[in-house]
Write a protein of this length. Structure first.
Length: 303
């Protein structure tokens, strides 16, 4: 009986997401909605892993499957599962199961950290923030959590209800996440002095001052840690060293500049902090699988 109920729930979630995407576009892609922080996505084909910057979010698969690559680690998640992103992360992700008849369907709900903190503070017995753990977690979407996700998507049918009800439905989602098996890890996002929160301050420094050479000592100071402790905990959380993390952020921003602002590869390289265009081209090719000019040309044909 429980399996049948779960199957029906999954079908309803799929149908709702498909219907709302169809109302926006018949094409594949990522679609912003009237609910702040909620994006719907569809893909009719499998895709090769491509670099993307994830923000802290709940990334739900309603139909199909995806895989995210974090350094050497592969994280697979499929129908009625979600990737929980607990810190801003450069990741390679790709759709591994999709077809025209049965497209990949999903949603991304960026975490509202202020609202998440409010929910956590209302727990009688809140989950204690986990000390160590990866930035990416796979979470099953079922029972009341799935019902709350469905209610949030269905609010798109009633635009007038969104400003009144969306936050309360998000609170439900956050409650079920914090009450679930990964509650301790997710609570790190909302705990002001958790290790994840302190490391996030260093990550924001890297992101907001991308072109500057920032020392490990300065990053460690931002995170209120010693340099050796910072390096250890940063790697445990992100699977990357601070230098590797900065490099991936720079290359992602350079790609965005070339696509959005039509700047040359050399200009993009200098803007994100590279001193050598040839080094930029080598590292870009290593990350994206093609030199800047060729990669951007291909991206423009599929955008």
């Amino acid at each position: 009986m429980a399996a049948r109920s779960g199957g029906r729930r999954a079908d309803v979630v799929k149908q709702s997401i498909a219907r709302h995407i169809d109302a926006i576009s018949r094409e594949d892609g990522f679609f912003d909605t009237a609910i702040e922080g909620l994006t719907l996505t569809r893909s009719s084909t499998e895709t090769l892993p491509h670099p993307i910057l994830y923000k802290p979010a709940l990334c739900v698969v309603a139909q199909g499957a995806k895989r995210s690559l974090l350094d050497e680690d592969a994280i697979a998640y499929a129908e009625m599962q979600a990737l929980v992103v607990t810190v801003e992360m450069p990741v390679r992700g790709g759709v591994t199961r999709a077809s025209k008849a049965t497209p990949y369907l999903g949603l991304i709900l960026e975490f509202d950290l202020r609202l998440l903190r409010e929910v956590l503070e209302e727990f009688d017995d809140p989950p204690k923030p986990a000390g160590e753990g990866p930035a990416l977690l796979v979470h099953d979407i079922g029972g009341p959590l799935a019902d709350s996700v469905l209610r949030l998507v269905n609010l798109l049918d009633t635009p007038a209800a969104i400003p009144v009800l969306a936050k309360s439905v998000m609170r439900e989602i956050y409650f079920w996440l914090l009450s679930g098996p990964h509650g301790a890890s997710i609570s790190r996002l909302a705990s002001p002095d958790s290790r994840t929160e302190r490391l996030s301050k260093a990550i924001h420094l890297l992101r907001d001052d991308l072109a500057r050479a920032i020392s490990v000592e300065e990053l460690a100071s931002a995170a209120k840690m010693s340099p050796s402790s910072f390096h250890q905990h940063f790697k445990a959380l992100t699977s990357l060293t601070p230098l590797q993390y900065q490099k991936q952020l720079r290359l992602l921003e350079a790609r965005r500049l070339m696509l959005a602002d039509a700047v040359t590869a050399t200009t993009a390289a200098y803007r994100v902090g590279y001193e050598s265009p040839s080094q930029f081209s080598r590292e870009y090719s290593r990350m994206f699988g093609a030199p800047p000019r060729r990669d951007v040309a291909v991206m423009r044909t599929i955008a």
